[in-house]
Design a binder for this molecule. Structure first.
Ligand code: SF4
Length: 269
């Protein structure tokens, strides 16, 4: 049996196994608001073009060339971007250019841009299929640096525990994919031009292996209770109405849309 896992899922499991169970095992739907992500997607696209298609040796591109990447990315979206967003995007990208490209003496091509991380890990006869997305992977002298672009209005960094899971899981997956160790994961805030760099360690990988082992056990023993873990995340939890930890009389759990083949596979353990 193959069980898909990602840093997002693993962090959700660490926060609260019961909320994880409702979301990923039972697939209870939640109603969420959708913010506009079009500008963010266009910026990611322009940066992928910029870093992925510059083939002029080590020479640093000029602003006109980078600006052309933005024009193409924005044009590919037709009228999904407003004129104001097109101007805003160009301004964000120019800020990025001045801070991270114009200041460099060489412009090396990255190992990869806009790709998928894929690897497999085994526990309790359960194969985890690790998946994740990255914006850019750079070669360093002694390993890899994973770059994650952030286009949010505010430069909010995730909690340390969440970054540790991301670093540990990606570290394990990248070793399998590229045979190289992850040295850093960097969050690059496009609007403010801030770069926050996290160092990858063996401790994070060991921690992720422990959490995966625990999750494998929960998945294989279907009658096991996925324990609610109350904490500060409860205020924003979409499943609180079903949760006995925060309700004296919770709403009965809905049936959900769990995939039958997974249920069958679980019972084999
Ligand atoms: S309300 Fe809190 S304890 Fe209950 S499921 Fe949500 S996160 Fe878990």
């Amino acid at each position: 049996m193959v069980y898909p896992i990602s840093a997002t899922k693993l962090n959700a499991y660490q926060r609260c196994p019961y909320a994880y169970f409702l979301k990923y095992e039972k697939r209870v739907p939640v109603t969420q608001g959708f913010g506009s992500v079009v500008l963010g997607n266009a910026l990611h696209d322009a940066l992928a073009q910029c870093h992925g298609t510059w083939t002029n040796g080590d020479r640093v591109p000029d602003w006109d060339w980078v600006s052309g990447c933005w024009s193409r990315a924005a044009a590919s979206l037709g009228d999904k971007l407003t004129n104001k967003q097109v101007r805003e995007g160009r301004s964000i990208l120019e800020n990025y250019y001045q801070k991270f490209i114009a200041t460099e003496s060489v412009f090396r091509q990255p190992l990869a841009v806009e790709g998928k991380i894929q690897a497999t890990l085994q526990f309790e006869n359960l194969e985890f299929s690790v998946t994740g997305r990255y914006d850019r992977i750079d070669y360093l002298d002694d390993g890899l640096e994973l770059i994650d672009y952030k286009s949010t209005q505010t430069a909010t960094v995730p909690e340390k525990a969440e970054m540790d899971v991301q670093l540990g899981l990606y570290g394990l997956a990248l070793e399998q994919t590229y045979g190289q160790s992850l040295k850093y994961l960097s969050l690059l805030f496009l609007r403010s031009g801030e770069k926050v760099r996290y160092r990858a360690t063996d401790r994070q990988k060991r921690q992720v292996l422990r959490v995966l082992k625990d999750l494998a056990w929960q998945v294989r023993h279907e009658n096991n209770a996925w324990q609610a873990k109350p904490g500060k995340q409860c205020g924003g939890c979409s499943y609180s109405q079903y949760c006995i930890a925060v309700n004296q009389t919770p709403t009965p759990e809905p049936i959900g849309t769990k995939i039958p083949s997974l249920q069958l596979a679980f019972s084999l353990g």
